[in-house]
Design a protein around this ligand. Structure first.
Ligand code: TRH
Length: 390
């Protein structure tokens, strides 16, 4: 636990650098970490982003044309202009190994605490690489790996998230407010509610067919994004701006892409969540509901090893039926195979998967990334007086 030092010591300054490669995962993780370090631990955080248009999708009150703005306790800066006059912060975090600007790097010194926040993986090798130093005289850069075991950096989890989730789940008024804000009535209790945040996927039509022909009503909520053209194609509505479609037992509603804080409510309100990439996958785990992960595909196909490594951890305590059904659907979804066929076996074990999702979230909550990161910062910077509230 980070220790607050003397009250007259100034707040620790922290620069987070985010190079948006594609989609929203890089900025999603960086923005979440920046907010938490600033608001829960009192660090003075600057977030440097090279693509403010992507940032604005997650934080709609921000303005893409502004070089500098303060949002939710964080100073958000466009990473693009010259760094000649920028004084480096005490703690420097490059998200996902992005290369720091040369002028900024030159201004850092041996006292700078430099951390490379890595991508999330459940693979075993992560434990051996977590916290490893990489000397770059006179600087040292440290690898910090998120992960699923106590020997890793853990996962990003806001202090009050699980309490807010439980309050939402036990309060029909909050749930009703969610459905109203999405422009819908609260669905009947026996309707299966599914959120669908996904990349393009040829398996979609087979899955929709299974839901349409199934015995149970399905309401599928699709945030606007990469899978939307296929949804419209399935219902024969290409080029349409329709928001609601029905076939058989399946109703699909298209939802706007919401601010990052609001996305959690969608996951909590649904019974099953389809997620992708990194950050939404972690949020689905905190939701404590069964989920299907569409992993970010890599050219060399190493994502299959990552997917399997996660399944090995998640599946271990399941019954033989569930240990068969869950990976089958995940593989079919990621391989663009027959997800419709795999769905039925998955649906049969939903009760067991619900229990597993809750216990998994409880166990993971013991190991949170921001706390681990601040402990590590104090460890490597202990000769200096760091004041970290919390
Ligand atoms: O967008 P992603 O696919 O992100 C990525 C990137 O491709 C990245 O380059 C890659 O390295 C990484 O995956 C593994 O999926 P992800 O990580 O889930 O990020 C989506 C973010 O969008 C997440 O923070 C949640 C947020 N979000 C909203 O804020 N509002 C919404 O309505 C939805 C659906 C998501």
């Amino acid at each position: 636990m980070p220790v607050p030092l003397s009250s007259d010591t100034p707040a620790v300054s922290c620069d987070i650098f985010c190079n948006v490669i594609d989609n929203y995962g890089d900025i999603g993780v960086s923005w979440r970490l920046a907010r938490q370090l600033a608001n829960e631990f009192g660090l003075a955080v600057r977030l440097w982003v090279d693509d403010l248009a992507s940032f604005v999708r997650l934080c709609p009150e921000a303005v893409a044309a502004l070089q500098s703005q303060h949002k939710r306790g964080v100073e958000v800066r466009l990473w693009g202009a010259s760094f000649a006059d920028v004084q480096p912060a005490q703690v420097v975090i490059d998200a996902f190994g992005c290369a720091l600007p040369e002028a900024y790097l030159a201004a850092m010194n041996a006292e700078s605490i430099w951390i490379n926040l890595e991508y999330l993986s459940a693979e075993d090798w992560v434990e051996g690489c977590h916290k490893l130093p990489s000397p770059r005289p006179p600087l040292t850069r440290y690898f910090f790996f998120p992960g699923f075991t106590p020997q890793t950096g853990g996962l990003l989890l806001e202090r009050d998230l699980l309490a807010r989730r439980d309050a939402f789940l036990s309060d029909p008024l909050q749930q009703q407010a969610f459905w109203e804000s999405a422009g819908m009535e609260m669905p009947p209790a026996d309707t299966l509610k599914i959120s669908m945040f996904a990349y393009e996927n040829a398996a979609l039509a087979g899955l929709f067919d299974a839901w349409a022909k199934g015995a149970r009503a399905v309401l599928c909520l699709v945030p606007e994004g990469r899978i939307l053209p296929q949804v419209l194609h399935y219902f024969g509505h290409e080029g349409d701006d329709g928001r609601s479609f029905t076939r058989g037992m399946l109703t699909v509603r298209v939802l706007p892409f919401v601010a990052q804080e609001s996305y959690d409510e969608l996951l909590w309100a649904c019974d099953v969540n389809f997620v992708r990439g990194e950050d939404s996958c972690v949020r689905a785990q905190w939701a404590g509901k069964p989920f299907i992960w569409q992993i970010y595909p890599q050219h060399d196909a190493v994502h299959w090893q990552k997917l399997q490594a996660f399944l090995n951890r998640y599946d271990a305590p399941l019954s033989p039926a569930a240990r068969h059904a869950l990976p089958d659907l995940w593989r079919a979804w990621n391989d663009e195979g027959d997800a419709g066929q795999a769905w039925n076996a998955f649906a049969d074990v939903l009760g067991e998967l619900n229990v597993r999702a809750r216990t998994w979230a409880c166990a993971l909550a013991e190991n949170t990334l921001a706390l681990n990161l601040l402990d590590f910062i104090q460890e490597i910077g202990k000769i200096r007086a760091l004041k970290i509230e919390g």
